[in-house]
Design a binder for this molecule. Structure first.
Ligand SMILES: [Zn+2]
Length: 168
């Protein structure tokens, strides 16, 4: 299963605009740490190492301070989604990387937290936007048909990940 996913990721276009060498940007504000980050993480046909390092730190486990490399395909997904929604707002981050310890604590509190969550692999993010409803954000993400899309109406956020396309 994992081998199949890896092989598919190697050949599948990472983004709608993957053929494009246009710069790709992402802008975040973190709901827990209150930090903000706006970076051009892809330019001149390559992912920028310093920007990815800054993004890895920004998306660290805010409970424990642990950080983990975040899949750059996740930023491509967010880039495509920004264009698809026409948002002018930064993504509000509820959760990025989640350490095993944090995930265990959350699982004790909520049945909605998966043991094999892609948050543990730096391949998932929970977000909302100030100028697009979470329902509309979910719909736009589903239209991309790229990765997992989970909608949490009561908490008003959308989960996105770089696993196979699925919705909940
Ligand atoms: Zn999530």
């Amino acid at each position: 299963m994992l081998a199949a996913v890896t092989a598919a990721a190697a050949v599948a276009p990472r983004s709608l605009f993957a053929a494009s060498r246009e710069p790709r940007e992402v802008a975040f504000v973190h709901t827990h740490t209150r930090e903000q980050l706006s970076v051009t993480y892809f330019a001149d046909g390559i992912y920028d190492t310093d920007s990815l390092a800054a993004l890895n730190w920004f998306l660290r486990d805010h409970r424990t301070g642990d950080q983990h490399p975040v899949d750059p395909a996740l930023f491509d997904l967010l880039h495509d989604l920004r264009i698809a929604t026409g948002t002018a707002s930064p993504y509000q981050v509820i959760s990025g990387y989640r350490s095993p310890r944090s995930n265990g604590m959350l699982r004790e509190k909520s049945r909605g937290v998966a043991a094999g969550s892609l948050h543990l692999q730096g391949r998932a993010i929970d977000i909302r936007l100030a100028d697009v409803s979470s329902a509309a954000l979910r719909d736009a993400a589903i239209r991309l048909r790229h990765g997992g899309v989970g909608y949490y109406a009561s908490s008003d956020f959308v989960h996105l990940d770089t696993g196979r396309f699925r919705t909940w």
